[in-house]
Design a protein around this ligand. Structure first.
Ligand code: NAD
Length: 509
């Protein structure tokens, strides 16, 4: 028995109560394991999906290979128009899709809607970009020669995504990859299979209605250990774009780089906010609350470490504690709720075991710290812990709403603490002092991929390149020049003269 009938919006997205097909190779199928899609608010089954059987993998690859050339030869602005129509189709389904994201992933409705909006925004961005992806022309040292570069598609792109952004991360990748002329295979997290299905159906409809081979966007639903492994070991992919944990990212890096394949790796974060002596406290409090409890602490950019100047520490701790007390925890589809459940029961275990370890390492719970018994779901209290900056646990990413708060005297120490962890995704400094700002942005400042001032660590806009350094993987997605990663660059020298001068003045006669 599923709880499907309680959610009328599922039918609007083309989802059935049982045995939804979990493979799309231009046609829908699925002959593998049955996946039960759970609602983290009560751990009841919403619907079931039949995942991919191992042999169905090759049917996707063959369909993609068959679709590849025509798509690569379609003019980029036409590809951009298709992406625009996908964005439009997502706009039309924003309400049911956002409800599904809340239901299956567990984030609150307004954040889910923001996630779909992000997908739409990146489609609009990619549409514009489809008329401006360009190479350079450089001056040649030889007479009657032109030196330039061209950017061509990579062919097959594999996109493996995490549970926490089950819709937007596909958009970041697929919209840009499509305008670059690639065909894609998407494997979402199996715990968010219904979202993968719903988004794929929206894309399929646009492709079919516009006479594009729907195998341009194929889908395989199934676990990482089967489907994911098949993808990362397949040299036919020009790129594997992976979003997920550093642990799995390490496996992907060693496998794909082992055959000199290309990757985009968007891995774990351990993000800090540094509050300088002259910071605007009102801004700090608003930013810290959103950054530490938003998405129940399950954003890669969640603020996990808060370094506060000693002169502000007591005030900030007191006001933050007050604010934490007012947070409404509950069903993410209910208005007014700010914190939904954790995504899985194993995340609840990570929370409780994490807190035990924190206490062993000298951490003191200031507020929160408990598992909550609400409707049989995966609820926990957002938690603040006072601890030393260099406790080993502070250097790991616990993917739950636990915020570490630490006091500093000297801003240089706080900058060093920001950089002392293995991860390097996002960081923010709160200050009104321009010397602090430029130091933070400069060579001895934050070593992260995202370095902010007076805004939270999370909530990035799509126009910038998103990603991080060190164990966050080094990849960049979405805006700026991230599109280049979805292309093969060639440098071209063209001789339009009648002689053969050699570079570096070499005379070879
Ligand atoms: N840097 C970023 O942009 C970013 C964004 C979102 C999430 N994340 C990170 O993702 C993590 C949370 O997500 P998660 O728990 O879904 O991560 P995860 O690593 O457990 O899973 C991510 C994806 O990898 C697949 N996978 C697992 N094993 C695989 C294998 N051997 N081969 C191929 N694929 C495999 C999973 O099925 C899933 O689709 C956190 O660490 C978070 O910081 C990073």
């Amino acid at each position: 028995m599923t709880t499907f009938n309680e959610y009328p919006f599922l039918a609007e997205l083309g989802i059935k109560a049982e045995n939804n097909d979990g493979v799309f190779n231009g046609k829908w199928g699925g002959a593998g394991e049955i996946i039960k899609c759970l609602n983290p608010t009560n751990n009841k089954v919403i619907a079931t999906v039949r995942g991919a059987a191992p042999e169905e993998y090759e049917t996707c690859i063959q369909a993609m290979l068959a679709a590849k050339v025509k798509w690569a030869l379609t003019p980029a602005p036409r590809r951009g128009e298709i992406v625009r129509l996908i964005g439009q189709a997502m706009r039309e389904k924003i309400e049911p899709l956002s409800k599904l994201i809340s239901l299956e992933m567990g984030k609150i409705y307004i954040e889910a809607k923001g996630e779909v909006q992000e997908f739409i925004d990146v489609c609009d961005y990619a549409t514009g970009l489809s008329r401006s992806i360009n190479g350079q022309v450089m001056p040649s040292e030889r007479p009657n020669h032109i030196l330039m570069e061209t950017w061509n598609p990579l062919g097959l792109v594999g996109i493996i995504t995490a549970f926490n952004f089950p819709c937007a991360v596909l958009g970041w990748n697929a919209a840009i990859s499509m305008i670059c002329g690639n065909v894609q295979l998407w494997k979402g997290a199996s715990t968010t299979s219904l979202i993968t299905l719903a988004v794929s159906k929206i894309i399929e409809k646009v492709l079919v209605e516009n006479d594009v081979d729907p195998a341009v966007c194929c889908v395989l639903i199934g676990p990482g250990r089967t489907v994911g492994e098949q993808m990362i070991q397949d040299k036919r992919f020009g790129l594997i774009s992976f979003t997920g944990s550093t642990e799995v990212g390490r496996r992907i890096s060693s496998t794909v780089h082992g055959y000199f394949g290309k990757t985009i790796l968007e891995l774990g974060g351990n993000n800090a906010i540094v509050v300088a002596e002259d910071a605007d406290i009102e801004l700090v409090l608003r930013a810290v609350l959103f950054a530490s409890v938003g998405t129940t602490g399950q954003r890669c950019t969640t603020c996990r470490r808060l370094f506060v100047h000693e002169s502000l520490y007591d005030t900030i701790l007191e006001r933050l504690t007050k604010a934490y007390k007012t947070i409404k925890i509950g069903n993410p589809l209910e208005e007014g709720v700010l914190v939904g459940p954790l995504h899985t029961q194993s995340a609840v275990k990570e929370f409780t075991e994490g807190l035990e370890e924190i206490k062993k390492q000298g951490g003191k719970v200031v507020i929160g710290g408990n598992k909550l018994d609400i409707s049989g779901g995966n609820f926990v209290e957002p938690t603040v812990v006072a601890i030393e900056h260099d406790a080993p646990i502070v250097k790991t990413e616990l993917f739950v709403p636990i915020l570490y708060i630490m006091k500093f005297k000297n801003l240089d120490d706080a900058f060093a603490w920001n950089n002392e962890v293995p991860q390097g995704l996002s960081s923010s400094l709160f200050t009104n002092n321009q010397k602090n700002i430029f130091k933070w942005l400069g060579p001895t400042g934050s070593d992260c991929g995202i370095v902010n001032v007076n805004v939270a660590t999370n909530g990035a806009e799509i126009g910038g390149a998103f990603g991080g350094e060190k164990e966050t993987g080094g990849g960049r997605e979405s805006g700026s020049d991230s599109w280049k990663q979805y292309c093969r660059r060639s440098t071209n020298t063209i001789n339009y003269g009648n002689t053969m001068p050699l570079s570096q003045g070499i005379n070879f006669n």
